[in-house]
Ligand binder design. Structure first.
Ligand code: NAP
Length: 335
């Protein structure tokens, strides 16, 4: 399969190349794309050198699938050009997620919504992906009424420049800032811009995307999203109210048997999920499972995952794997 990776030099794009390689996705030819400043530079994939090309040149090479992680405006502008040429686009940006004509997919939750007609498929927000992987098996068993989530999000979620800001600050180097405040030794209760209701766009993404992926508008979600000076992954404190009574031992079992979930919950031995442990892993780690003693049918838990992998690259590659396994790529090619 010819695969274009748009944004191949970025944090997500670089991870994408690693994940495509590790999971042995059948790439016969790689077409790396980045901004004008990177065209002509070389990157290595599976021991072979590839030159970065423009999006226009990539389309001419007729890839079967294009995985985008180059920002929302690039996706809005360029994804339709790929799709019109019959190329299946899997997009990591927020550009298409809430478009009612586009599917928003986490394979463990709703891969079955995909068809050969889907030419632009949206990869959800990183914090939302890891949360719904854990919520879905619980929703199926106990029906979720309401979710209250607070996030502790890694600087890698903002891209290369944010990682540079953190390390510049740590090393006393004066450099450009992507956050409005110092991030090292700090906590910033703002991710993305504020919207009219006082929530940030990241918070609204978690609220709206969860309903769309789970296919259930009745689930009430409220969120507070926070940036912390951490690298390995995003963490979330999640309070879940069910419609039905649950048994804590059974919750552990349901989660342990759920695809993509690893339960790390052994407080006697101080075992719980942490970003340092989740780093460079594909799974969603769940722990600190305990009853909310202030309310019936309500559970508290702690969810951690590597935002660059399951929150971005791995989820996108899993979508491509699903499409390939069901022969849904290139069936309705427009020439
Ligand atoms: N980081 C995360 O955890 C995460 C998770 C989910 C989704 N995402 C989304 O993924 C996207 C990329 O995030 P990132 O963290 O990888 O950012 P990043 O490290 O800043 O990388 C951005 C990439 O986009 C490329 N690019 C910029 N403008 C372009 C253009 N006009 N045409 C083609 N390529 C262009 C850049 O190329 P140059 O090197 O040439 O500038 C670079 O490869 C964003 O939309 C982000 O919201 C990120």
């Amino acid at each position: 399969m010819k695969v274009a990776v748009v944004g191949a030099t970025g944090l997500v794009g670089t991870k994408m190349l690693q994940v495509l390689d590790e999971r042995n996705f059948p790439v016969t030819e790689l077409i790396p794309v980045a901004s004008a400043k990177s065209i002509g530079k070389e990157i290595t994939f599976k021991g072979k050198q590839y030159k970065i090309v423009s999006a226009e040149d990539a389309i001419k090479q007729k890839p079967d699938v294009a995985i985008f992680s180059a920002g929302g405006s690039t996706s809005l502008e360029q994804a339709p050009l790929f799709a019109d040429a019959g190329i299946t686009v899997i997009d990591n940006s927020s550009a298409w997620r809430m478009d009612p004509t586009k599917k928003l997919v986490v394979p463990e939750v709703n891969a079955d919504v995909l068809t050969a007609e889907d030419k632009i498929i949206a990869n959800p927000n990183c914090s939302t992906i890891q949360m719904v992987v854990a919520l879905k098996p619980l929703h199926d068993r106990y029906k979720i009424k309401r979710v209250v989530v607070s996030t502790y999000q890694s600087v890698t979620g903002t891209g290369v420049k944010a990682v540079d800001q953190l390390f510049n600050e740590r090393n006393g180097v004066d450099g450009p800032k992507v956050y409005p405040y110092t991030i090292d030794l700090n906590v910033i209760p703002q991710i993305d811009v504020f919207t009219e209701n006082g929530y940030t766009k990241e918070e609204m993404k978690m609220i709206l995307e969860t309903k769309k992926i789970m296919g259930d508008d009745s689930i009430a979600v409220t969120a507070t999203t926070v940036r912390i000076p951490v690298m390995g992954g995003h963490s979330e404190s999640v309070n879940i109210e069910f419609a039905h009574e649950y048994d804590l031992a059974e919750v552990r079992e349901v989660l342990a048997n759920a695809p993509g979930v690893v339960v790390v919950d052994d407080i006697a031995n101080l075992k719980y999920p942490m970003p340092l442990d989740a780093h460079d892993k594909d799974e969603v780690f769940v722990g600190r499972l305990r009853r909310d003693e202030t309310q019936p049918n309500t559970l508290n838990c702690w969810i951690v995952s590597d935002n660059l992998r399951k929150g971005a690259a791995t989820n996108a590659v899993q979508i491509a794997e699903y499409l390939a396994s069901k022969n849904l790529i290139g069936q309705s090619v427009v020439v």
